[in-house]
Design a binder for this molecule. Structure first.
Ligand code: HPA
Length: 279
C-alpha cells in the first residue's frame, strides 16, 4: 500500500495530465453550492472515480467531480462535492483531496459549506466568513506517523483562517453590497442533525455555526502551508431556534436561493487571492 504522499502525487499527476491549466487556487463547493463550477470556461471535468485513490461522495447535492477551468482569467481547481466522516470515510480520506491539491501546486484554498446558524443575529441565507473552528468530530487527519514531506508533526492553528483573506473577502463583499458575517464553525460528526440541547452547548462554548465538514480540510491544508479562506452559507437556523424540523431539502433549497450572490463573491475574491500569492 502506497503512502498518502505517493497516492496524492499519483492522483495530482493524473489530473494535471488532462489539462494544460496550472491552477494555484483550489475551491471546495459544499451542499447546494456546486453551481459555481458550471460557470467555468475551458473546463475539464473529472469524475472522482477517475482520479486514483480519490474518495467518492455519496451525499445528495454533491456532484462528485473535479473541475479544472477558468473563472475569468484565473485558473482554478474546483471540487464539486466532498466526502464526510459520516459517510464512513476516515479523516485521512476526507482530507486526501487537499493533499492532491497540494501536489498539484495549489497554494490557497477557498472552502465553502452549508451550516446551521447558531448565532441569533444570523438569518437563513446569511453568508459567514469562518474566523476559527472547534473540531468536535473526534478525529484528526494528521493522526498516525507524520510525513515530513507534507509538514511538521505539530502544525500551528492560531492563524488557520488567513486574516488577510478575511479582510479581502470583507472588502469584496462590501463592494458588492453584500453582508458578510464572521464566526466560529463547530464541526460535528453527524449525520443526524443536532439536538436543541447540543446547540445550546455549542453556543455556550463559542460556536456561531455548526456543520459536518471543512475542519479536516483546513487542518491538512495548514499542515502543508496552504492558505485557507472558508465561507459558510447558513442554510437553516440550528435545531431548536425556530420551531421547525431540519431537513436536507431545506439545506439544498437555501443553497439554491443564495447561489447568485455567493458565486458573485467567489468570483470577486479570486483575483485578490491570486494577487496575494504573487506578492
Ligand atoms: N447542522 C449541521 N450541519 C448542517 C446544518 C445543521 O443545522 N445545516 C447544514 N449543515
Amino acid at each position: 500500500m502506497d503512502d498518502q504522499f505517493t497516492l496524492a502525487e499519483t492522483a495530482a499527476q493524473s489530473v494535471l495530465q488532462r489539462t494544460t491549466l496550472r491552477p494555484r487556487i483550489g475551491l471546495v463547493l459544499g451542499s447546494g453550492l456546486g453551481g459555481f463550477a458550471d460557470s467555468l470556461t475551458d473546463a475539464t471535468r473529472i469524475p472522482y472515480a477517475e482520479i486514483p485513490a480519490f474518495p467518492r461522495s455519496t451525499a445528495i447535492g454533491h456532484a462528485g467531480q473535479m473541475v479544472i477551468g477558468k473563472a475569468g482569467a484565473i485558473p482554478v481547481a474546483v471540487m464539486q462535492g466532498r466526502v464526510h466522516l459520516y459517510e464512513g470515510y476516515s479523516a485521512q480520506q476526507v482530507a486526501f483531496p487537499m493533499r492532491v491539491f497540494g501536489r498539484m501546486g495549489i497554494r490557497a484554498v477557498i472552502l465553502t459549506n452549508a451550516a446551521g446558524g447558531i448565532n441569533l443575529s444570523y438569518q437563513q441565507g446569511a453568508l459567514v466568513l469562518i474566523r476559527d473552528h472547534i473540531n468536535l468530530q473526534g478525529a484528526n487527519p494528521l493522526t498516525g506517523p507524520n510525513d515530513d514531506r507534507f509538514g511538521v508533526r505539530f502544525p500551528d492553528m492560531t492563524q488557520a483562517y488567513a486574516r488577510s483573506y478575511r479582510e479581502l473577502a470583507r472588502e469584496e463583499a462590501g463592494k458588492l453590497g453584500m453582508t458578510l458575517h464572521e464566526g466560529v464553525y463547530a464541526a460535528l460528526l453527524g449525520p443526524s442533525y443536532e439536538t436543541p440541547a447540543e446547540i445550546n452547548y455549542l453556543r455556550t462554548i463559542g460556536a456561531d455555526l455548526v456543520g459536518m465538514s471543512t475542519v479536516f480540510e483546513v487542518i491538512a491544508a495548514r499542515h502543508m502551508g496552504t492558505k485557507v479562506l472558508a465561507i459558510s452559507c447558513v442554510t437553516n437556523m440550528a435545531a431548536g431556534i425556530v420551531d421547525q424540523p431540519l431537513s436536507h431539502q431545506e439545506v439544498m433549497e437555501t443553497g439554491e436561493r443564495v447561489k447568485t450572490s455567493f458565486e458573485a463573491l467567489l468570483r470577486a475574491m479570486l483575483p485578490r487571492v491570486q494577487k496575494d500569492m504573487a506578492s
